[in-house]
Design a protein around this ligand. Structure first.
Ligand code: SF4
Length: 306
C-alpha cells in the first residue's frame, strides 16, 4: 500500500515517464500491492507476455522475475523489455539449465520434453513444447509420445501424472521454494478452525497438500473460482500476493492463508523506486540471443496451438 510522500512522488514520476518513454507497466499477481496498484495490467506471467505483444507501447516494464521478462521478450522481440528488480530470479526456473535438459533428453531419446513456463529462455529453446499451470494437462495429453520429460517442477509433474495416467511422466526434481512450504499437517490444523472454508491450492504445492484440497488450479483459475463461488470462506495455498485480487473480486469473502510464510522474496524485490528508476535510466534491459529466442518462440507457439 502507498503510505508516504516518497511513494506518491514515485507514482507521479512513473506516470510522467511512462508517457515520455511510451511504456506500459505489467505486474504479476505475486507483486507487492503498491506495484499491482500502479500497473496497467496485472495477471499471471504468460497472460501478461501475450497481452504485451498486442499493446501499442514500445517499452514493457515487467514487474516480476527474470524468466517472465524473458517470455515477454521472446514474444515481443522488437520491444524493449525492462526488469525493475535486476536480481529477481526464480529458484524453480534456475533448478535446470539448458545443458542439463540436453543431457536428460539424450538419456530419454523417446520422451517429449515439456517445459513449464517457469524456465529460462535457453531451457524453453531446448524443449519440444512449453506449458503453464493452466494448460499443463492439455499440453501433455497433446504430445504424441508416451513418455514425457516434464521440467522443472516435480509437484506440477505429479499433478499432471495423476490427470494423464496413460503417459509415463519423468519428473525433474525442481520445486517452488514458496509452495513447497505447505504441508498436510498445516491443513489438518487449519480445518477445525474454518469448518466451512474451501481449501484452494496451486498445483506447485506438494501432492500431500493437493490431495486434501477442494480445488487445485493456476493463479488465474483460483481467481476465477473465488469470483464464481457462492461460498464466503476460503483457505489459500499459494503465494500471498493473490489476496489483493481475490479481495478485490470478492470483498464479501474471508480469506485465510494456509501458512504465514507463503511469500516469494524474489517477487517482493520490486519497489516503486525501482520502477521509477528503470524508466528514468532505461536500464536493466532483458536480452535474449536471437537464435535462442527463435527456438524458445517455437516451443511457446506450439503450446498456443494446443
Ligand atoms: S513463487 Fe515460486 S515459482 Fe514463483 S517466482 Fe517465487 S520461487 Fe519462483
Amino acid at each position: 500500500m502507498m503510505e508516504n510522500e516518497n511513494d506518491l512522488s514515485f507514482v507521479d514520476g512513473i506516470e510522467t515517464l511512462k508517457s515520455q518513454r511510451d511504456a506500459v507497466v505489467l505486474a504479476h499477481n505475486y507483486q507487492p500491492p503498491e506495484i499491482q496498484e500502479i500497473a496497467d495490467l496485472v495477471g499471471d506471467s504468460f497472460a501478461l507476455s501475450k497481452e504485451a505483444a498486442n499493446l501499442r507501447q514500445n517499452v514493457i516494464v515487467f514487474c516480476g522475475v527474470s524468466f517472465m521478462a524473458e517470455s515477454a521478450k521472446i514474444l515481443s522481440p522488437q520491444k524493449t523489455v525492462l526488469l525493475p528488480a535486476k536480481d529477481a530470479g526464480c529458484p524453480l526456473a534456475e533448478s535446470i539449465t539448458a545443458e542439463q535438459l540436453r543431457r536428460a533428453r539424450a538419456e530419454h531419446p523417446d520422451a517429449a520434453a515439456v517445459s513449464y513456463i517457469n524456465t529460462s529462455a535457453a531451457v524453453k529453446a531446448e524443449s519440444d513444447i512449453c506449458c503453464t499451470s493452466s494448460n499443463a494437462v492439455r499440453v501433455v495429453q497433446s504430445v504424441p509420445e508416451k513418455e514425457v520429460l516434464f521440467v522443472p517442477d516435480r509437484n506440477l509433474a505429479s499433478y499432471v501424472a495423476e490427470q494423464v495416467p496413460e503417459k509415463r511422466i519423468l519428473a525433474w526434481g525442481g520445486e517452488c521454494i514458496v509452495h513447497s512450504r505447505t504441508t498436510a499437517e498445516q491443513v489438518r490444523q487449519m480445518r477445525p478452525a474454518h469448518p466451512d472454508a474451501l481449501l484452494l491450492v496451486h498445483p506447485e504445492v506438494p501432492a500431500e497438500v493437493r490431495r486434501l484440497a477442494d480445488f487445485t488450479g493456476s493463479t488465474a483459475q483460483l481467481l476465477d473460482y473465488v469470483e464464481e463461488s457462492d461460498r464466503k470462506d476460503f483457505i489459500i495455498g499459494t503465494e500471498m500476493g493473490v489476496l489483493e485480487e481475490m479481495r478485490f473480486r470478492r470483498p464479501d469473502a474471508h480469506f485465510t492463508m494456509l501458512a504465514g510464510n507463503l511469500l516469494c522474496v524474489n517477487m517482493k524485490k520490486t519497489s516503486l523506486k525501482k520502477v521509477r528508476d528503470v524508466l528514468l535510466h532505461m536500464d536493466n534491459e532483458v536480452m535474449v540471443p536471437e537464435p535462442v529466442r527463435k527456438k524458445a518462440f517455437l516451443s511457446l507457439n506450439r503450446m498456443l496451438h494446443v
